[in-house]
Design a protein. Structure first.
Length: 197
């Protein structure tokens, strides 16, 4: 992997996501990944192991990225101060919304911690928020927002998120977050409706 990537795609960023499946006892095994020049190892230990992430980060060269461990600005501050990671994945749905996501991004940016944003199963509303968030200066690592059609046959917004021929996603430019919520599609997929007066 290392040699062919370096020769054919020297600027290609590769990372691995362990989804918390390792333990601190696996540090020597994870250190073997250093030779590949990965951009990051995402969430190698349990989301609750911020302390042991700091021990692991000190024992390997590859930057660790915390994802599920970061639920708030306070979590990000703790992780950065302990040296638990050198990259943070910010998901605004997980951290409580756009305002908290921006606060985390600004804190990380001021402290030299690169950030990026991932997403998977958000509707077009969440995808639009992801795209706008990923345009902030702190987001220096490409996000992994994907086309709507990879997860949904139909979405509740127009236009759907699509890739252009070069693999880029356009920033939604309409009013608000740039997409229109289609009420008929919301009604089609709703399971329960409650009106507040």
């Amino acid at each position: 992997m290392g040699g062919s990537r370096a020769n054919s795609y020297p600027t290609l960023q590769l990372m691995v996501d362990a989804n918390g499946d390792y333990a601190i006892e696996d540090a020597k095994h994870l250190a073997k990944l250093d030779k590949y020049g990965l951009t990051m190892i995402e969430q190698p230990l349990s989301y609750s192991d911020i302390y042991f992430h700091s021990k692991l980060q000190k024992s390997i060269e590859t930057p660790l990225c915390l994802d599920e461990s970061i639920h708030s600005l306070e979590d990000a501050i703790t992780a950065v101060e302990l040296g638990s990671c050198r990259i943070v994945n910010i998901k605004e749905g997980r951290v409580g919304g756009m305002a908290e996501a921006v606060r985390i991004a600004e804190y990380c940016h001021k402290n030299g911690i690169p950030v990026w944003s991932g997403g998977m199963d958000e509707t077009g509303i969440g995808r639009a928020f992801n795209i706008h968030l990923q345009t902030a200066p702190a987001f220096t690592i490409p996000g992994d927002t994907s086309e709507t059609k990879l997860y949904f046959k139909e979405d509740i917004v127009t236009p759907p998120v699509t890739l252009d021929q070069d693999g880029y996603i356009s920033i939604p430019e309409g009013s608000g977050i740039g997409v229109k919520v289609e009420e008929d599609m919301v009604k089609k997929f709703e399971m329960k409706r409650e009106e507040l007066v």
